[in-house]
Design a protein around this ligand. Sequence first.
Ligand code: MN
Length: 489
Amino acid sequence: MITTYEDIVAEIKNPTKENKALIKKACVFAERAHEGQKRKTGEPYSSHAFATGRNLAIFGMDTETIVAGITHDTIEDTNATKEELEKEFGKEVAFLVEGTTKLGKIKYRGLERHVESMRKLFVATAIDVRVLIIKLADRLHNMETLHGHTVPEKQKRIALETLEVYAPLAGRLGMGKLKGELEDFAFPFVYPKEYKEVKKLLGKQSRVDEKYLEKIRRKVQKELAVAGIQHNIKMDYRIKHLYSLYKKLLRKNMDITKIYDIVALRIIVPSVAECYRVLGIIHGAWRPLPETIRDYIATPKPSGYQSLHTTIFTGDGGMVEIQIRTDEMHREAKYGIAAHAAYKEGLFSKNSVASEKLKWVRQLGMWQDDTLKTDEFLNDLRADFFKDRVFVFTPKGDVIDLPEESTVIDLAYAIHSDIGHNAFGARVNGKFVGLDTRLKSDDIVEVETRKNAHPSAKWLEFAKTALAKKNIRASVQKIEKQRVHNARE
Ligand code: MN
């Protein structure tokens, strides 16, 4: 499929004349620059450039980012220069394209070296998250056309990199839809045997197709109409992404009958009050599976995800997950960070919505002055970046996201370095515990501090995050220096 200028503009909500003119100009520029170049699939190269721009429009990104997406390969692959881009489209676009070019130059040679290279890059470019999002839009189109590659090893390398680096990245940015798409494109190339197996298991399941869901959708619609809410609701359904189904199957001994959310019906309503009302109506009409009821509106997932979930017995022997949310929540679940106009409000400004979510991106670039050995650093970073997370609550209800196996001291430093330095213990769910206590998701934790408490080398034995370790090391060194100094005096 060849993407055109019209396809890009069609994805933008209410584009202004100026927006359209700028995008048109970028298309002409890219088309000229890439003239004569072809993709492995035989399409003109500009089609890839346009498709990247279109993806960014779908994510809801600003015009500068879309323009940078359309021109993202011109510095790397054509005669165009950064100066030229700056002259035609301004400093911002040129900066974004340059960042994307640098990020693209990192060759995947396994997870460890990749993370190290990304770290250097983040330090060098002072991190503009839009560069990551352009790279993700670029990667999405590359994955869509991956079958066109003729070298199987290269295909597999690209797919593996997508699975190990780009999909988790999309996940950390809250871009759930993109994460699922990237994983599903990569899945058959990286794990062909497992892919076939999951397909086969799924094929044997009845009641997972759209026809069945459509039947349920009509029944639900009827129940809602009887209760008097008929207008202003939207319904659609989703079948679980294959790779995410595969990962769940691994946790359930490949027993597909233990997975209740293979298919889900989504009900999108205008307000939060209606979410709960709809949930009530549904529970009045069908029996829910009790342990599957989740209120992510009152308690959002740390990624910001909000929705009500319930799984109902449909009465014909089947079960269906129902997800109820507002339009806004739906958008957020699909596009994550891109759903906020964060990039416009100054991404890392203190009060931006995105600021909190992007803490970990910022931390990637924080080690400029680090004196740690590379492998030590890398182990710490990898633990932070890719390991599963635990989510704990402060007594005020704030959620703090830590790598698995984190202890009280990690939380203390995650809150503030002063709290870390003076940490003494904590109340976990009301009970007093020591600094080395491991935290679990949903723990309510209040760190206790004492003025005379201070870090010791022993803390390093149970600190898990790079942030805590770095702070403890620095502090221990300082205390030691002071001690030597005092002794001399
Ligand atoms: Mn590209």
